[in-house]
Design a protein around this ligand. Structure first.
Ligand code: PEP
Ligand code: MG
Length: 952
């Protein structure tokens, strides 16, 4: 039992709740309350709190009795406002019942519309509206939704032969349409619908074994119950796992007076974004359908129309309009967008009729289908509300509206999901418009979102040479290529086999999210820019094309028919999510080029100005170093030298060195490796000239290099001119039971000092040679896997001796430092001693996590998924730094290290260096830099800036 109020009312300009109460009222309920208080037209209603949901689930699925009186009272108030009564046979009030969690879970939970419609109230509504067709249409919709959601799914009924009640009802309706020779639902007459409703009653009774409830209160109870239950539905649970939403949040239920977008041609429904969610451009963007209810827009049953001319001009607006539209169209759209943006102040509807749109007006057929043209007054009001909402919420809003007989009603507003490019553009432009501060702009973009700007795209040259096999709407930018899978299950199975997958569906539903998650790209035959597939892909920043109406997907056969050919599952296709095109086969993808994006550059400039942490990169090749530098890396934090030995010739020399049984033989092999290493180091030091480059000495688990089958062993024996048996024995001798804890890291350099000597020589000769050419090479030598200061001292002596030798021999003086990785607990614990020798520390949190938990890095796959599933661990500690355990050791290392050597330079080069949450931690504990893979450099820069802002 909770002591807070279970029901919050809103209506007629007054609301019990407000936008700050999302925890209690869910996002939708809190914002309905806020909009009501702002004087925006919102149909009256009430929100049942998330606490009631949790109580409901706790007691095993019973709606608490104390709710009854509150609900009754709220229904009476709603009725008073709209001049109707719930269950009143003369002036009936109908309600919608919708879920609404704290953070939006699009389509994951249930909605029931038109609740309260019965045989009796139906007659009253017909008499009042004089519109029997509309009333009967509402009735058949209620029956379809209710039977499916409340009577079947919520009861956990598994449909016979896999065909649920909804499918049966839909089959009946399709048969009727066929009989009447019509294609659109709206073409069915009142008489048709009356028959259909009668048929529905019979089908429901036959399929589910009980009658459809003809009582308004029973309907309402059933709908509330179904929404609560849907919190624990399969797809909601799956979505929460992926998005990391806690199970304990629960959902609120919003019961609201129905307004109807399906009463006739003066009615409509739509969804819109106050700015374009795909590009971020400041243009009102949306889709609508005349004479329809909300589900029609999102379900992809009818293809929605563009909201305004600007949207009609936008590549990808409307039914395939984006495909093939040339540059000219795009430029015109930009003009239109600016006009709309200014039109916010005056009347956009007025501004849009200006002569500038002569060209657009020429396409009168397309333009006339916009809301702007069809219902200019309601559109004007919508534009006004767009302005109110943006200036109130200071962010892009995703809104749902309905127009009933020319009158506009707002049904929802929430912060709109957007892709990375759009997030960056909106943040920068909103700061420019004075809507938010620069600091807020930095906070607005989730660091991970930058990933999308860093996305690959199809090589335009290669793309120009091929013809698309299909076109659709560009719902998620970037390019993706992979093998076709037509179901989520197969997508998952193929991904598990290591394939990159393009998920191709007629349309996606929340049941598909696991398949969407693993897919490289998503392609659907149906749906608009606000369809499920588009929303989810945008949220995740995936390459996605929707509404490719020319394709036919047969998921039973696993085939896709496109451009006159049939493609099978396993065939490769390529998707361009920026243009909305699809190609047969695989096209080459180009690396991303965020630096060409002015908004990105601006935002990153602001971020760099506030962050304190430096950001370096982990790179082993000059081209990676150059890429990272272009992304803003301020040095190399880790060069793994063992990665330099994987090419054919080098690996031979490496193997020779490893299996060598004497120092002499080892030196011979090392002499072969020296020139390679010198060249590698020259390349990297040059690419990073002027910036520090941390080169780590050899640290491979040795078996990785001599993991040979019989044939390979024989070949190596031939090269080494030794008997196979002798080689096999040596390899067996090298075998370790725990290679991760074995002969690796500095242990290698200590037992085989000639290896460290060769590496030091290669580094310093490269440095001297570059410096002679006036290249500012700055090497930092890093010793791996140190646990005691004596290990480090041993290696340091070798490095310093070789440095002196090279200086003497070349006559070049050069700077260098010697430091160590802190990656075993003993190193962190004795950091004060180690710092007496080390000139810098770099936390190797991969090994430190391995050795702190005692989890093998190579073997966690066997149990970690279950740990995460059962919440034994909150996150994968190899991805996000475990602050409590590993983090404590890192903090201790920093404290002790700096106590012994004030100003000691400290960084991190484990995978965590590019994880935003871990970057925040690194900032907090005072590290000097993080180092991560090149593509995560921008992400780390932004995360570091956000961490700095948190301090303020
Ligand atoms: C580490 O252990 O964190 C590290 C960076 O080194 P490696 O991953 O190469 O073992
Ligand atoms: Mg390591």
């Amino acid at each position: 039992m909770t002591d807070t109020k279970p029901v919050y009312f809103f209506g007629e300009g007054r609301a019990d709740g407000n936008a700050k109460m999302k925890d209690l009222l869910g996002g939708k309920g809190a914002n309905l309350a806020e909009m009501t208080s702002l004087g925006i037209p919102v149909p009256p209603g009430f929100t049942i709190t998330t606490e009631v949901c949790n109580e409901y689930l706790r007691v095993g699925g019973v709606i608490p009795a104390r709710l009854d009186a509150d609900i009754e009272e709220a229904l009476v108030r709603m009725g008073r406002i709209v001049g109707a009564g719930f269950g009143d046979p003369v002036r009936p009030l109908l309600v919608s019942v919708r879920s609404g969690a704290r953070s939006s879970m699009p389509g994951m939970m249930e909605t029931v519309l038109n609740v309260g419609l019965t045989t009796k109230t139906r007659e009253g509504l017909i008499a009042r509206t004089q519109n029997p067709r509309f009333v009967l249409d509402a009735h058949r919709r209620l029956m379809m939704m209710y039977a499916d959601v409340v009577m079947e799914k919520a009861q956990g009924i598994e449909p016979e032969e896999g065909e649920g009640v909804r499918a049966r009802l839909e089959r009946e309706m399709t048969a009727l349409k066929k009989k009447r020779r019509v294609t659109d639902d709206t073409e069915l007459t009142a008489a048709d619908l009356e028959k259909l409703v009668a048929a529905f009653h019979a089908i429901i009774r036959k399929t589910l074994g009980k009658p459809f409830p003809d009582d308004p209160r029973e309907q309402l109870r059933g709908a509330i119950d179904a929404v609560f239950r849907s919190w624990n539905g399969k797809r909601a649970v799956a979505y929460r796992r992926i998005e990391g939403i806690p199970d304990a949040w629960g959902t609120a239920v919003n019961v609201q007076a129905m307004v109807f977008g399906n009463t006739g041609d003066r009615s409509a429904t739509g969804v819109a974004f106050t700015r374009n969610p795909a590009t971020g451009e400041n243009v009102f963007y949306g889709e609508w359908l005349p004479n329809a209810q909300g589900e029609d827009v999102v379900a992809g049953i009818r293809t929605p129309r563009p909201l305004n001319r600007a949207a009609a001009e936008e590549p990808g607006a409307g039914s395939g309009a984006g495909a093939g539209r040339g540059k000219k169209g795009a430029r015109k759209a930009t003009v239109a967008h600016r006009v709309v943006a200014r039109g916010l102040v005056a009347s956009a509807a007025g501004a849009m009729t200006g002569s500038r749109f002569g060209a657009a007006a020429a396409r009168a057929d397309e333009a006339s289908s916009t809301l702007e043209d069809s219902m200019p007054q309601a559109y004007g009001e919508l534009v006004r509300i767009r302005g109110v909402l943006e200036s109130h919420f200071h962010d892009m809003q995703d809104i749902e509206f309905t127009i009933e007989d020319g009158v506009l009603w707002m049904l929802q507003t929430r912060t709109g999901k957007r892709n990375g490019a759009a997030a960056v553009r909106m943040a920068v432009e909103m700061a420019g418009e004075g809507l938010i501060s620069r600091d807020e702009a930095i906070r607005r973009v989730r660091p991970e979102q930058l990933d999308e700007l860093l996305h690959r795209r199809i090589d335009p040259k290669a793309e120009a040479r091929v013809k698309p096999i299909a076109r659709g709407l560009p719902a998620g930018p970037g390019g993706g290529t992979g093998v076709i899978a037509t179901t989520a299950e197969r997508a998952e199975a193929l991904a598990k086999k290591g394939k990159t997958v393009v998920l191709v569906r007629n349309e996606t539903s929340p049941e598909d999210i696991h398949g969407m998650h693993v897919a490289e790209a998503i392609l659907t035959a149906k749906g608009g820019m606000t369809s499920h597939a588009a929303l989810v892909a945008r949220g995740w920043g995936k390459c996605c094309v929707v509404g490719a109406s020319g394709i036919e997907v047969d998921e039973r056969r696993g085939t896709v028919r496109a451009g006159g050919r049939t493609y099978k599952e396993g065939d490769t296709i390529t998707v361009n999510g920026t243009r909305g095109t699809v190609y047969a086969g695989s096209l080459p993808l180009l690396p991303a080029d965020p630096e060409s994006n002015a908004h990105y550059r601006e935002l990153m400039g602001w971020a760099d100005a506030v962050r304190r942490l430096r950001v370096r990169t982990n790179a082993d090749r000059p081209e990676d170093a150059a890429q990272a530098r272009a992304f803003g890396a301020e040095g190399i934090g880790l060069t793994r030298t063992e990665h330099m030995f994987f090419d054919e010739k080098r690996i031979q020399a490496m193997r020779e060195m490893i299996v060598a049984e004497t120092a002499g033989a080892r030196r011979k092999a090392l002499a072969k490796l020296l020139p390679y290493q010198r060249r590698d180091f020259e390349g990297i030091l040059k690419a990073m000239q002027g910036l520090p480059v941390t080169i780590r000495f050899l640290d491979p688990p040795l078996h990785e290099f001599v993991n040979l089958d019989a044939k390979q062993t024989a070949r190596l024996a031939r090269v080494l001119r030794i008997p196979v048996r002798q080689l096999a024995a040596r390899i067996a001798q090298l075998h370790e039971l725990n290679p991760m804890l074995g002969h690796r890291g500095c242990r290698l350099g200590i037992t085989y000092p000639e290896i460290s000597e060769m590496q030091a020589r290669a580094v310093f000769e490269a440095t001297a040679s570059l410096r002679k050419k006036k290249v500012d090479a700055i090497p930092e030598i890093m010793i791996p896997l140190v646990g005691t200061v004596t290990e480090l001292a041993d290696q340091e002596a070798i490095v310093r001796r070789v440095a002196e030798e090279v200086r003497r021999k070349t006559g070049v003086d050069f700077p260098y430092t010697v430091g160590t990785m802190i990656e075993v607990p003993r190193a962190a614990i004795t950091a004060d001693k180690i710092a007496q020798v080390a000139e810098f520390f770099s936390f190797g949190t991969n090994d430190l996590t391995q050795t702190t938990y005692g989890f093998s890095r190579d073997d966690v796959g066997s149990f970690l998924p279950e740990y995460l599933e059962r919440r034994i661990l909150p996150a994968d500690p190899f991805q996000t730094l475990d602050r409590e355990g590993v983090g404590t050791l890192v903090e201790m290392g920093v404290r002790k290290g700096r106590a012994a050597r004030p100003g000691l330079k400290i960084g991190i080069c484990g995978e965590h260096g590019g994880d935003p949450a871990s970057v925040r931690f690194c900032h907090r504990i005072g590290l000097d830099y993080v180092s991560c893979s090149p593509f995560r450099v921008p992400i780390a820069r932004l995360a570091a800036a956000q961490a700095a802002l948190e301090d303020r």
